[in-house]
Design a protein around this ligand. Structure first.
Ligand code: NA7
Length: 536
């Protein structure tokens, strides 16, 4: 630590997940001195922390990977279409070893503050281990979903059993065998947990506040022939991901929804449904996102599919979403989730009808009575987009505090920089397409490349500092809002709009103009010598 302390750095990267590792590799290629700091004991970010039962990507492995190394693409053998947490974590460990990245990473180290010093035009970064770093650039790579939302129910501390949040799942695991388990939350995470643990536990109680749409996952295992076929397509895939709305390799429907006769529409929806991927959502009909009539038809289609699979009509009704349209919140893939409620050892509690009153020594008390539990699993989500940033005390020019600024209004320029915070680059920050409306690895790799080219530009042009102007930031926010406000997504309560966090401003946090439009905007700035940014 002492030697690290004394070395002035070119860049500090916060986070050793998808973006952080690639950012380290990229800046090393420029010959820079870089240090990555991560609170975890290992690489992988999301895929380190979320080791709960059933954790798995909803993006296919062929587009959930790095593109920077042909050798890596050749060497790494995906085992299945949708890698589980263990496989994803193995991938990151392989990447870290393959490119000798670990020597520049400080694990088990949490960044507490980052302070810009105007006189030296450098950042001072302080951590919880005593490690302090002096650096020209700070690059955040905390991920959009890294700050778990842990609700505090009345009496929570009195619970004598085990209470655990999915995003802080103990590395040694939790013994659920033959236990009475309660799961609070039915988002993408809750769905994965529920469908996975139901056969193993003695009894499972699912506490649902908002019913969720979900599409069945088909997850084939890959053999060598499958992998060869997928690899043969890599040149195409690699091009396609940048040109589709959401960073996958599948283009959307091009015909307007209502120009297609009703019976043909139904056939198309059936085919999208049967695909076993998120195609129905991310490469289906764009109208789902902005036309209430089209959204209604697709929502009804999915509701029907939910009802068909649940035996008890009363339970089916509770599981059928009513207060939001399909695709306006994150649509998870599921693997037997709805059928889980046909099992004799699974109960569903509708929190809208019987809310949680408190947690007791023995379990959870709703307005209908106490349910005794040995384990409570909180699948309650995250403070998305902003939570990772607010956990760190960022101080910009003139000591201005990011926490205080974002209390007034969350602002960024293209999710890449923030006015008032020179030489701070941000990946997966608000108003970029982040996790919500882009396949995260595609968008993150684009952001890392943009940041790398920007730093290279500064060095080559003998410039030390870059910061967006207030006007450019305002322009981006206005553009973001203009597009967002045409969508149903921006009107719907969800973590996309910050409404899962008390007191958070209601505003769509993810850019929803599509990845190609985002890339074009970023390219334009670069081509015009960082127009809208003050470079000094
Ligand atoms: P989500 O999608 O935010 O889901 C959280 C779930 O927890 C959701 O069903 C919430 O109900 C529920 N929740 C949250 N707080 C409470 C309280 N206090 N009481 C009852 N229920 C509660 O998080 P996930 O982890 O599932 O997914 C996050 C992303 O990770 C996902 O979209 C993927 O991109 C990966 P609500 O809907 O708010 O009524």
């Amino acid at each position: 630590i002492a030697t690290l302390d004394q070395q002035p750095l070119d860049a500090v990267i916060i986070g050793a997940g998808f973006a952080g590792l690639y950012q380290l590799w990229s800046l090393r290629k420029l010959g820079l001195r870089v240090r990555v700091v991560d609170a975890a004991a290992g690489v992988g970010g999301t895929w380190y922390w979320n080791s709960y039962p059933g954790a798995r990507t909803d993006s296919p492995s062929n587009v959930y990977q790095y593109w920077f190394s042909d050798e890596l693409l050749e060497e790494w053998n995906w085992q299945q279409r949708y890698p589980d947490q263990q496989e994803s974590e193995r991938y990151f460990n392989y990447v870290a070893d393959r490119f000798d990245l670990r020597k520049d990473i400080s694990f088990n180290t949490r960044v507490e503050s980052a302070t810009w010093d105007d006189s030296t035009r450098r950042w001072n970064v302080k951590t919880d281990t005593g490690l302090t770093l002096n650096t020209q650039f700070v690059i955040t790579a905390m991920g959009p979903l890294s700050a778990p939302l842990v609700p505090m129910f009345k009496g929570q501390e009195s619970f004598k059993g085990r209470l655990v949040h999915t995003a802080r799942w103990p590395r040694e695991g939790v013994d659920l065998k033959a236990k009475r388990v309660g799961v609070i939350g039915t988002g993408a995470t809750g769905i994965q947990v529920v469908q996975t643990i139901a056969p193993e536990v003695a009894h499972l109680t699912v506490f649902q506040r908002t019913a969720n749409y979900a599409v069945p996952m088909i997850n084939p295992r890959y053999d060598d022939a499958d992998r060869a076929a997928i690899r043969a397509k890599y040149p195409e895939t690699r091009k396609a991901i940048w040109t589709t709305f959401i960073g996958f390799d599948i283009p959307g429907q091009t015909r307007p929804f209502f120009s297609i006769p009703a019976d043909e529409r139904r056939e198309i929806l059936e085919a999208l449904w049967a695909d076993g991927t998120l195609r129905l959502w991310v490469a289906g009909f764009a109208e789902v996102f902005f036309d209430p009539a089209a959204n209604h038809e697709v929502s009804e289609f999915v509701r029907e599919k939910i009802r068909e699979r649940v035996k008890d009509p009363k339970v089916a009704e509770i599981l059928t979403p009513k207060d939001h349209g399909f695709g306006t919140r994150r649509v998870p893939l599921e693997n037997g989730y709805f059928m889980t409620f046909n099992r004799p050892n699974v109960d569903l509690v509708d929190l809208r009808a019987t809310p949680i009153e408190c947690i007791t020594e023995k379990g959870i008390r709703t307005s209908a009575g106490e349910i005794e539990l040995d384990v409570i699993i909180l699948a309650t989500g995250f403070d998305a987009g902003t939570g990772g940033f607010l956990a760190i005390d960022f101080r910009g020019r003139d000591g201005v505090s990011l926490r205080e600024e974002w209390k007034k209004e969350v602002r960024t320029t293209m999710g890449l920089q923030i006015h008032g915070f020179p030489n701070l680059f941000t990946t997966s920050a608000p108003y970029a397409p982040i996790a919500a409306f882009c396949n995260a690895p595609t968008c993150l790799q684009h952001q890392v490349q943009w940041i790398t080219e920007c730093i290279d530009y500064l060095h080559k042009n003998d410039r030390a500092v870059i910061e967006p102007t207030a006007e450019a930031e305002q322009r981006w926010l206005a553009h973001h809002d203009e597009i967002a406000n045409q969508t149903l997504v921006a009107k719907t309560k969800s973590w996309y709009t910050g409404s899962n966090i008390e007191g958070k401003h209601f505003r769509l946090l993810s850019y929803i103009g599509g990845l190609p439009a985002y890339i074009e905007a970023c390219d334009k700035v670069k081509q015009k010598d960082y127009e809208g940014f003050e470079v000094s």
